[in-house]
Design a protein around this ligand. Sequence first.
Ligand code: GLN
Length: 546
Amino acid sequence: MSKHIFVTGGVVSSLGKGLTSASIACLLEKRGLRVRMQKLDPYINVDPGTMNPYEHGEVYVLDDGSETDLDLGHYERFSNGPLSRKSNYTTGQIYLKVIEKERRGEFLGKTVQVIPHITDEIKAAVRGLAGPDVDVVITELGGTVGDIEGLPFLEAIRQIPLEIGKDHCLFIHLTLVPYLKAAKEMKTKPTQHSVGLLRQIGIQPDVLVVRTERPMGEENAAKIALFCNVEKNAVIEEVDKEFSIYEVPLGLVDHGLDQLIVDKLKLNAGPLDMSDWRDLMHRMRHPEHEVTIAVVGKYIEHRDAYKSIYESLDHAGVANSARVIIKRIEAEELEQQGPEMLLKGVDGLLVPGGFGMRGVEGKVQAVRFAREFEIPYFGICLGMQTAVIEYARNVLSLENADSTEFSSDTPHPVICMLEDQKTIVKKGGTMRLGAHPCVLHPDSKSAEAYGTEQISERHRHRYEFNPEYRSQFEESGMLLAGTSPDGKLVEVVELPDHPWFVAVQFHPEFKSKPLTPHPLFQGFVAAALQRHHERVQMPVSRSETE
Ligand code: GLN
């Protein structure tokens, strides 16, 4: 029977609950346990895919096409249990299910209420991940204890131990112990209050993971244990990790969290082996090279909007023994100032995915600069579409070539919606989503990077390369390096005469992990590093003289 861990958060939001949950999964897997992860989000949106990246950061896409919260990206980067639609539920989805049942008459005229109907649906969502091949289900609750919207979720997880037995469940609560400069003291009261709130609901946390800026000391830990009714060895300190998020699991090991969980849940676990993770940290801390990659995007000031891209670049950096310095460039700024100044001295350019026309012309200018000055270029989704638009305009001389997303009456719709997508009018869940197979050209840089011609990658887009223009592109030297297996959809384009110009319709960033960096990111960073070395040997680069 699967055991359950519930991770809640108190005091403030943004404590890194997702990272801590993912790190716990990492540790348990390293002890040979089979783990599944899940996030319950108290917001009402049914479809996280339609949420603004400014408010919520990136939309993370899974193999099965579900559009989820970005914390699931952490889950996949830190652990290996499969994720699916069952791994992320919002209040909206839970209510929708209950309301649909009510419409179908399944409640037989009964009054439909938060307790028991909504809480039953939440429990079903949690229990849905358990199974004979799963040792531990980790359920992270979004939001902060005390939020009104989180109450049905807390009530539901309170009920679960009553049904499956107390020793099958573990409650881990994440809190903050702030340091007050004026008092020169760490303060435990907010933690006491948030645990107090949990206990009012009927949940006694078994473990407290305490986020702090600096070590809090024995005395504070003892105080927290006493006031929060938690054993002293179950007060685990998690000091801010300045260097890298990948330090978090090791920090938790140092405080014995893996053993504590194994003991409390009486898990049949093997010994802990973190050697690959320690090696990763060592390589991260001791890079031999440095490389600067520009990311030209639209939500650049929001740190989380391109989360998986930044992470993937870091992973690829480690694989190349390089520290990747990411230069974030706002596409609209590039549009106004031109690429020369902003892209000066960069070793590689990446244009990520995006929607809507703001900033697109800046991205097109950036692509042109990379193409003409032979700067390694990696286009992802919209970054592929802008590469196609740029090539059409400036190489094929197709004036005003565009995507119909940005110009419905362009004379050259090189990117467009294909016939079978045109009938779709709703916004939510109407994209080409999730994993699709792709076949690579044997003589492409992509096939070389992947080491295979058969790949599968995740998608999230509405528009496609317009097949009517294929021959024009091919005749002038662009390689259509990857297509859907039926050959109909163009998934990868490359410029064989360029040092490294690869643009893909899919999102490789969702499949990169620190220990298994994505091959295209690796290839891209390797090419950028090569350019960097050439630049260092020839201090004045071509781009700076022309
Ligand atoms: N807006 C483009 C489309 O819908 C690209 C989407 C993306 O970059 N994720 O096709």
